[in-house]
Design a protein around this ligand. Sequence first.
Ligand code: ZN
Length: 337
Amino acid sequence: MGNVPITTCNKVLGCDFGGVSEVFCHASRSIRYNEEDVQLALRVVYAPMEDASAEFLKMGQEVLIAGIKKVQGWDPLTWRQERVARQQVTGQTSQLWPSLSESRFGRAHRAWSVEILASDGRGGVRNLPGLLQVAHARKDRELDKVKGAVQEISTVANYARRFNHHVAELAGEDPDVPAIRVATTVACFVLDGVNPEIADAGDTLLLTLFDAKNLTKFVFEGAEDFLELPQAFFHFVLWSSGGKELVADLQGIQQERDLLLVDPVLLTTGDLDISELLSLATSTGTGSDFQTCNRKRFNLWHPRCAQLCQSFDPQRRGGNTRRACGVPLPNCGVGGG
Ligand SMILES: [Zn+2]
């Protein structure tokens, strides 16, 4: 099974809909697109991420969406909502997976690979590959909810910048130090669309600059291949937030020595006492049920510390650190020897 094109609906997105300039609309078609292929006209309404590539998707930018396809290798994007749905059905009381009232983690959405067309500012049209995510429920397509998701992803990107700075300092002169990056995501308002199975005018959705055949879970439910860099980043977020935030569902692709994350989730933990996490992987410690739950999540999703963990959180016991990094890291033991 390869990529499956979405069935084109009979309606054709005309150049007379409001919001998108006619010049741009015609220009986009003169490049290579058939009318039937353009299915959505969007306007970027929230773009807080600072990134060079974000120039392409800045506030107020109008874009057209074409080439909408399901990609089988991207199925992991929706695993988390399936886990939460299963937890609800089976009535598990442990609540390991964040409930819908706690987080957007389990919010059901669909994901497609798309081509994004935007003006290049010089009379031409730029074309970049992207990921389009639309919530199942109409109420979850409201601006505030989608903005909240973008804000979360942007905050994870800020943590990643601090983490990369920390790793680079440890590596000293070594120019080949690996980094964690987060794919740029923006919130877009749907100006018009031709296929209600994708989205309707008035909806808000997530658009991410992303291109890959397959997507890998780096930190998700504890059974993933242990990779030094994402595991250390997972620990770093809780540590540097002072126990207030836990990053979840680290997924994406490896790009040479770097990792590019897409659509990570940030959970509020209710002020976990980090020192309690440090000693015993099986400890439930003290505190509220909510804190106990987050402590379990931390220990399950981060079954042991990477060597890098010790460089920012020396109290944490190294335990069974392994040397099989998966990501090329100087001697696989920056700061840990
Ligand atoms: Zn750790």
